[in-house]
Ligand binder design. Sequence first.
Ligand SMILES: [Zn+2]
Length: 331
Amino acid sequence: MATRTQIFREILREYDSLRTKKAAELRERRAVLFERMPRLAEIEQEMALLGTKTARLVLQGEGDALALLGSLKEGQKALEAERRALLSTNHLTPEFLEMEFACPKCRDTGYIGTEQCICLKRKLMDRLYDQSNVRDMIQVENFDNFNFSLYSTEKTKEEGISPKANAKKLYRRALAFVEDFGNGANLLIYGGTGLGKTFLCNCIAKDLLEKGNTVLYLTAGQLFRKLEEQRFHRDDDEEEAKEWDQELLEAELLIIDDLGTEFSTIFTASELFRIINDRKLAKKAVVISTNLGPTELMNLYSDRITSRFFGEFEQMKFFGEDIRIIKKYQR
Ligand SMILES: [Zn+2]
């Protein structure tokens, strides 16, 4: 298993080689273009000359500095216009002569000043916790594709509304969660299997990722495996374990999908509550989906833990028939 530091270095190396590659492409692009249109190269030289000439004159105190700078600007403008016109005859824009970045915000360095850019944070999270499956899934499962027609319109006695009306209510709540993201809300999405809990988690993940937030999406299985691994390695390298933990804390949203009874060892339970608590202190949101109802959760964990736990989460209950089965027969 690669350590976090190794992964981190690997990512920084990738930024490096990406920039090197893009710079080489740019040189190549410019060389070809300048050969075809030598005037473009001249324009660049003239621009540079104009700048140094003006600077020299200003420094030597020859003439009025403001007037000099004014004529510099005008000269540059004229050259730029000429360049733009030349390029457009070839259906090109001035950007063609400049470096292109996969992430213009950090210019593919991973950093904005001393702050990590969101693209670096995402890469780290993706690499540390394999998130590629989620990336694929949210292409299909998102707010635009939520299908209410799979839910029954018949009111149930216990709930007083139909599964469809309920699904719509939960859908709107999830949308609002995304819109007001960061206001301290946590969601506990629960109900039987195949009712759309994971789908709703994916909707939330997709929209927040698009809004530029960092989202760490883990199934309970993945999370607890990782924590077990970490515990196992803790004695070898405590620093390393702490670093892994940091990612769990730093993501703006942590989604724990499919929390079930199979994960209720004393270790996993205490780790789960530790994570939730740490994130609460850091004012970071958590969304949990589970097929366990409040009573089952109470039975599984101690009252003290569950009551505190429920206090932190807004409960969103799905009910009705398994829509995955309905979907299957509709095909
Ligand atoms: Zn970036």
